[in-house]
Design a protein around this ligand. Structure first.
Ligand code: PEP
Ligand code: MG
Length: 540
């Protein structure tokens, strides 16, 4: 038995035969023609590479498809082409010109010191190596798999993943790579164990067909494992299988309150990837998409087009399940530096959430247009308004919606209003006037984070005030009960999307008060379901 320890890159255990793929084996002589002929060869190789990529794109999906599309665009990159043609002019020969241009380009990207750009270098190397292989007349390793294997390679490239038959891949061991590179990101979403940064020795071609046991939790790799190691792996893998079956069952189990009405478990999410994962993990819908988070994290522009792209991707990631997007909740604990808003002495009680529509009308109008367009294209969605405290917040906001809607309908941009509008109940005032508000909108979502802060006058981010911050204090629970009763009275839906929905002791009290939809961080969903089953009852 030989043991290596690398960096764990995707959880899980696997035992299978090794398939070694080592692209570092090279060394044959290239013939260099006149520059104009080498340029023609290069152009022809690019066309062939594009054809190959287009074929691979047809059989891929999700993140993977995005990478291949990025590679396709890369082949048309003018800067890169210019660099290669310059090298060919220097009589390098097309293949060598691509090799040195690739190194220069990737070094340049790495020196920018941006994690995202550095990670893109793997994708760029992959697509340019495809061009080099075509120029060299080398047959690309096709990963033709006919039995379950663990792939041992210098690096797994995005195009390799597209070419592999996934049912046969039991794990990855790579000498290069990193936790964040795409192969490992994809391995994690596919639930395939992966270990990276393992000693180069592992690439020895003689390892092919030997049995290997890999531990994606610890980074351990055992080649020809001894009896004891095999027994331990078999035992742990059986336990994992049992746990997986149980988790899968729980994902699809419906849970019920003592009165036999179903309790729906939704997820709070920030972006399309998060949403796709939550739906995959059993979320019955998405109860809160914090639209402002995208713009705060990524510094993306707030243009109409970029917002439409974001909302459309979020809705599509939901796969037809219910989705609730919250309009920008900027201010107080979620400041957005790019907005030139006045410094306020007490921002939590100032111009935050819906109140910003008075000082930033264009921002809100653009968001409304983007939401209307996205819903028109993708189907019905819920949109909710945060930080409502008076009826005028809704009348004024909905007047803005009407203005935008009338304009874009007249322009033929949308043909229908596909939005259910709702209010976040997160100020005591909103709860106290919920009878009136329920007649103005289609649903309520109770934000216990802020409702607790404002009811108990306890700043949610001030740890000194933590002793006052209690989401199940009788005052908060009374406001929740009042909101639920008014929602029921007017036949509109009500859910809870504050953090306390993920705390079973709190959730239990909310359920007792009539709440039947809880939206929470996705990693809490299954544990809350299990608690509900243990406490009340369930039906598969
Ligand atoms: C809340 O206030 O409970 C809520 C869900 O919104 P946020 O935490 O984003 O203010
Ligand atoms: Mg809030």
């Amino acid at each position: 038995m030989v043991k290596y320890v690398g960096t764990p890159a995707s959880n899980g255990l696997a035992v299978a035969k090794i398939k070694v793929v080592n692209r570092r084996i090279a060394g044959f002589k290239r013939v260099v023609l006149a520059p104009h002929r080498e340029k023609a060869l290069f152009n022809a190789a690019v066309i062939l590479a594009k054809d190959e990529l287009s074929e691979l794109i047809k059989n891929s999906d999700g993140a993977h498809r995005d990478i291949l599309n990025f590679q396709l665009v890369m082949l048309d990159d003018e800067g890169m082409k210019r660099l290669i043609n310059e090298k060919i002019e220097d009589s390098c020969g097309a293949a060598y010109a691509v090799e040195i241009a690739m190194e220069e380009y990737c070094e340049r990207l790495k020196s920018i010191n941006d994690g995202y750009l550095s990670e893109r270098t793997t994708d760029i190397r992959d697509v340019l190596t495809r061009v080099i292989d075509i120029l060299d007349g080398k047959h690309r390793e096709r990963f033709e798999l006919t039995e379950p294997v663990i792939i041992v390679a210098d690096e797994i490239l995005p195009s390799d993943l597209a070419a592999m038959e996934r049912k046969y891949i039991k794990g990855f061991v790579t000498a290069g790579g990193s936790y964040q590179n795409h192969a490992n990101i994809i391995a994690r979403t596919m639930g395939i164990p992966s270990v990276c940064c393992v000693d180069n020795e592992v690439l020895n071609p003689l390892n092919t067909d030997k049995i290997v046991a890999i531990d994606g939790y610890t980074g351990e790799v055992f080649i020809t494992p001894n009896e004891g190691t095999m027994a331990l792996f078999t035992h742990r893998m059986n336990l994992e299988k049992r746990e997986d079956t149980f988790t899968n069952q729980l994902k699809h189990t419906k849970v019920y309150a003592p009165d036999n009405t179903q309790i729906h478990i939704f997820a709070n999410c920030n972006d399309p990837k998060d949403i796709a994962l939550a739906i995959n993990n059993g979320a019955e819908g998405i109860g809160l998409v914090r639209s402002e988070v995208l713009f705060m994290n990524c510094n993306l522009d707030l243009s109409l087009a970029s917002q439409i792209r974001f909302y459309t991707e979020c809705i599509r990631a939901c796969k037809g399940k219910e989705i609730t997007i919250r309009t920008f909740d900027i201010g107080a604990d979620k400041p957005l530096d790019r907005l030139e808003s006045e410094k306020e002495p007490n921002p939590a009680l100032g111009m935050r959430g819906v109140r910003l529509m008075y000082t930033q009308p264009e921002l809100f109008e653009t968001q409304i247009e983007a939401l209307l367009v996205s819903a028109d294209r993708c189907g019905k969605i819920n949109v909710m308004i945060p930080m409502v405290s008076v009826v005028e917040d809704i009348t004024n906001y909905m007047a803005m919606v009407e203005r935008v809607k009338t304009r874009i309908m007249a322009q033929g941009i949308i043909t229908q209003d596909n939005i259910n509008w709702g209010v976040m109940i997160e100020t005591p005032s909103a709860a106290l006037i919920s009878d009136e508000l329920a007649q103005m909108v289609n649903f309520f979502s109770i934000g216990t984070n802020d409702l607790t802060q404002y009811t108990l006058a306890a700043d949610r981010i001030n740890t000194n005030a933590a002793m006052y911050y209690n989401p199940v204090h009788p005052s908060v629970v009374k406001l929740i009960e009042m909101t639920v009763n008014n929602a029921k009275k007017h036949g509109i839906k009500v859910s809870i999307c504050g953090e306390s929905a993920a705390d079973f002791e709190s959730a239990k009290i909310y359920i007792e008060k009539g709440v039947r939809c809880l939206s929470m961080a996705q990693n809490a969903m299954l544990s809350i379901k299990q608690h509900i089953i243990d406490e009340f009852s369930s039906e598969s």
